[in-house]
Design a binder for this molecule. Sequence first.
Ligand code: AMP
Length: 279
Amino acid sequence: MIVYSEITAIKKKIKSLKKDLSIGLVPTMGALHQGHLSLIKQAVLENDVVVVSVFVNPTQFDKKEDLDNYPNTLENDLSLLESVNCDIVFTPNPKEIYGNNIISENFDFDGLEFQMEGKFRKGHFNGVGTIVKRLFEIITPTNAYFGEKDFQQLQIIKKLVEKFNLQVNIIPCEIFRESDGLAMSSRNVRLTEKHRLAAPFIYKTLLNAKELFGTKNVEEVIKWVENEFKNHPLLELEYFEIADEKTLNPIKKVISGQKYRAFIAVFAGEIRLIDNISL
Ligand code: AMP
């Protein structure tokens, strides 16, 4: 495994490989866990060379304290990456990516960016679009892997590829969960013990909502979920939405033949957790 932090060096390496080899890219912000590793293992199976980027992208954080508190576990990340046969790691610093001007590009993602996370994290998807586009330019991957854990992000990356006509296949990967159902996240290590014990309630509620979706109308399902959290002493609901998978528009009524997903964001103390489920 080779670790690069400079763009010119990794570009040179990629150029020498790209002639006859497929390249899989897995963008991450580090603090790696089994959820990340599931993406990387899939990339290893499907590509000749796998590049994992580890970069805590400042422009996608709407709150400075969230950026400042983001876990940094590079040494452990590198040994995990080695253990799953990652070939190349890219760990640039912010200056390498942004120079002296740490700002995002402005994107039009046809409205996907204004739903859910976009409402609560201003500028978040401009930051995501900026870093992913930049990584695609540097690594020129054949395939790039994104988790359904961040389903809205996945749809936005697909839109980015379509809008800029980028030559890369976007591969969605299923949500990887703890044995109690909590979606794995780098933020989980920051949960207090009591919030960690409470957090599986989020996925349980999603499973129940999925079951109710077959028997009740959309409004009733939403009301039911909101009520579940009103009665919860430790978890505070930020949003629960049922939306069309492709447009991410919230729905009022079910139309047959369309695919829907339920999306949720919850505060467990200071820590914000997101999850979603296909309905
Ligand atoms: P992050 O480091 O949080 O930016 O995540 C890097 C990539 O890993 C993103 O594509 C995430 O959607 C994905 N990812 C994070 N957690 C999970 C999980 N529990 N299951 C599947 N993919 C995940």
